[in-house]
Design a binder for this molecule. Structure first.
Ligand SMILES: Cc1cc2nc3c(=O)[nH]c(=O)nc-3n(C[C@H](O)[C@H](O)[C@H](O)COP(=O)(O)O)c2cc1C
Length: 250
């Protein structure tokens, strides 16, 4: 940040970055269109591979958002129940197919051993805060299901990437999303990226003109945070020691 005196206030920037946290309980208060436009404009100041901007966003509000949410909740109701119950129910799901993922299945794949403890830690700490007891699959699924009402957010964005650029499209979208989330944070808005929604892309396609070349990367809930303690959750940060590869010993 450049202060009035023209000095770079690096400490303020570090503090601002550290103060952004995922919001998982929103007020229904609408987000003014001019603020949405500004944060989208800020999103586009991110760097991009050959300036291609290989992503597009479907912005769902009001009835469109409600229709998508209702279908997600209905599918989640079927999928979560059947995954908890016996083999016969699982076979029924395979037969009827309703509720099965129709797109990106990465969220239902197991984590690699190296990454699993981090995911387990955030899951455990979050569910403790939500009051979900260990092993209570039903309560856990109910909590996860809140993803499908977008945690009550008035705006849900669906981020799509152009398939031709593979990894770089996802990386560009990530850079763009972080700009968007930080800009939203600056306006007092909360955000939560949502991989949870990327399993039923067909539901989003019913509402928006989305060419085949675009793949759903994830959702992004945006709105004003409620005072719920859930929004004070501080996910662990790994240290830079874990970030860096060790140099080879000579
Ligand atoms: C691509 C992506 C997908 C995510 N998907 C979900 C999700 O489906 N549901 C959820 O509650 N949080 C989701 N998150 C939020 C992460 O859990 C969160 O960013 C992480 O625990 C760090 O916490 P912080 O954002 O508060 O710093 C996602 C984050 C990213 C970047």
């Amino acid at each position: 940040m450049i202060s009035d005196s023209g000095e770079r206030n690096a400490a303020w920037v570090s503090q601002f970055l550290a103060s952004r946290r995922s919001t998982r309980d929103f007020l229904p208060t609408p987000v003014p269109q001019e603020i949405l436009d500004q944060i989208l404009t800020d999103a586009l100041t991110a760097p991009s591979w050959s300036n291609t901007r290989p992503f597009k966003i479907a912005v769902a509000t009001s009835e469109v958002k409600e229709r998508i949410s209702n279908e997600f909740l209905s599918r989640w109701g079927v999928l979560s129940k059947i995954m908890r119950k016996g083999i016969r129910n699982k076979l029924r799901l395979i037969f009827t197919r309703y509720g099965l993922p129709t797109s990106n299945r990465s969220i239902i794949k197991p984590y690699a051993a190296e990454l699993k403890p981090r995911a387990q830690r955030v899951g455990k700490e979050l569910y403790e805060l939500f009051g979900v007891k260990r092993g209570d699959r039903e309560a856990r699924d109910k909590q996860w299901g809140k993803n499908y009402s977008f945690f009550g957010a008035p705006v849900e964005m669906f981020i799509y990437i152009h398939k031709s650029l593979h990894l770089y499209a996802a990386s560009d979208a990530g850079l763009m999303m972080e700009n968007l989330m930080l800009s939203a944070h600056g306006y007092g808005l909360g955000t939560c990226a949502q991989g949870a929604v990327n399993i039923w892309d067909d539901v989003v396609r019913r509402e928006f003109e989305i060419p085949k070349d675009y793949r759903l990367l994830c959702g992004l809930a945006i709105g004003y945070p409620s005072g719920s303690p859930v929004n004070s959750f501080k996910a662990n940060r790994i240290g830079i020691d874990e970030l860096l590869f060790k140099p080879k010993e000579s």
